[in-house]
Design a protein around this ligand. Sequence first.
Ligand SMILES: [Mg+2]
Length: 223
Amino acid sequence: MSQISYSFVEKENPHGHIRVVSFDAEGTLVTPDFTLAVWHEAIPAFYAQRNGIEIDRAKEIVAMEYDKIGDQKVEWYDINYWFRYLHLDDSESVIKSCQDKLYYYPEVIEVLSSLSSQYKLIVASGTPVELLHYLLQDVEHYFTHIFSASSHYKQLKTPDFYLQVCREMDVAPEEIAHVGDSWQFDFLNSKQVGVNAFYLDRIGHDREGSLTDLTQLKSRLPR
Ligand SMILES: [Mg+2]
């Protein structure tokens, strides 16, 4: 199936230039403020209220529970899992209570607007759809597809996840560029299957080939 679609694409697109530009969401388009507020402020606050304990104690307990799972397991990203696990009931109001913490990085709108005239833009994120919907609310119209590894594929952003995204977009991995701020989940795992991977390092540790913001992406895309 994938072989057939790839060979079709090759004929139509012999130079294998980029057709699709894929973005991670958190830390790439959206600052971590919203996510930190949800996981480390709002959820502990609801937990404290439900259990009649001090907020600082609730923060400690909740953080300890997060650590027990860790970011290499898909449950870590699943807000519904955590609501069940912590016996909380209304994830929607927790998410809404953090809406004033939602910020896009300053260059995001301009970059998306410029790239969208030449490429199909997609989001490939590990964040569950319940949160992604909020994260992307002001930029969603730039994207033709939004992929959530945890919600749609029940996995982390593994090499296989990127292959499934290619299949869904009906392009070869070489025709996708992906950019994100996780060395493992955005850079290494997408690169492994042949995607043109870009590591976004906003703090600028100067890892070779990395971008310090998204404005540098356009000139680095293979032609
Ligand atoms: Mg990220």
